[in-house]
Write a protein of this length. Sequence first.
Length: 447
Amino acid sequence: MKRSRKRWPAAVIAALAVLAAGCSSSSSSASSGPVTLHDWLWDPTQLSSYQACANAFHAKTGITVDISQSGWADYWTNLTTQLAAGRGPDIITDHVGYYPQLVSAGQLVNLAPYFKKDGYSPASTGITTNGLWTRGSAIYGISQDRDAVALLYNTRDTSATSVTGLTWNPATGGTFGALIRHLTVDRNGIRGDQPGFSKNDVKTYGFAMESGDGIAGQSSWATFALDMGWYWTTPQAPFATTYNMASPQLAQVFSWLQKQYDAGFIAPEARIASLGITPVMDQNVAATTFQGAWTISSYAPSADKNQIYAWAQLPVGPNGRSMTISNSLAQSVLTVSHYPAQAAKWVEFVGSTACQNLVAAKAVVFPSIPSEAAKVLAVDQAKGINVTPFTTELANQSDLVFWPITSDGTQINTLATEAVDDTLTRGQGNPSTVLTNLNNSINALFK
């Protein structure tokens, strides 16, 4: 789950590399008096939800939580700059793809001793994704939300009936492949499955994929690969040190994708990288895409778009499933904080029903507590949004896998961007060769 699909700037990568080299700072003793915790957030759509939680937390404890929001790239750039100087907020909204480097740099507080002192048991919350935030006996966060990916479609281009029960395979593309061919229309009004179609003069592409989706490919190619029975690492567990990017299954996926790009059925990667996926959809450059639950509000009727969107289940793949990454964010406490004990109480509160009920009422994301996540469906339905594809996925554990959590996340994402976004999805390179080279480069990081 990344709230913005922007590539990691070079400054961010360099700064995190400095942190990983061991630049850390110990916290000093806290002064007496009222406590104000500073918390950072990157997603503007969630600010009001967690501000409501902060207000409730203050009423309960007397502790103030001051939440600051900035965009994804600025967020990480500012954070790494601050930490390199021995400063920073007390708490951050953390991402599973990057927290291992902060742990390695000694920048995150192990919350387990504070939880024990408070009598707080993460297991009692019913949250199924807390294991993403543990390493050994150490705990670095409590999952605050859940996400999944679904098929977003423009209702002016296709109907609910046409996107129901889709299938996909790398040989023929299945009914999903047939759909995106049919939805592709050139400027003469000729569809991609009709004689005379011009792939060099397309008005609306049948499908668009996220750009800069990193090693996870959460909103782009991952569902196809997972439907082939593939996973990023061996073992399929956090902190594995062997990647499987050279798998023939993955090569089959990218071979199929390259053919669709070449045929003119998928919007060019360069165009997505330039405009961003949301403007591409809003301008009807593409009829369908894969998007995460965190984008529901961006495509809602209240967003006042020129287009009318709806959601559908992901296509079913060769393994008989429609698989997706289910991920979560968490509140992590930084070692520069003067108030780690109070910050730990905030982490506990964010993982409680008292906070997550407030988050559910806003229906921007699905809270991590299952009973609270279920409330989002009713809230969205009242707004005219059918999010059943997401709730169905989240309820079916066999269709879910977790984000590949390993060390060296920023370096791995850079390598993946070069191989996937800058090469394969631009029609360059042989998938088997490119992916084998990528696999070798990634695995070399662990030696």
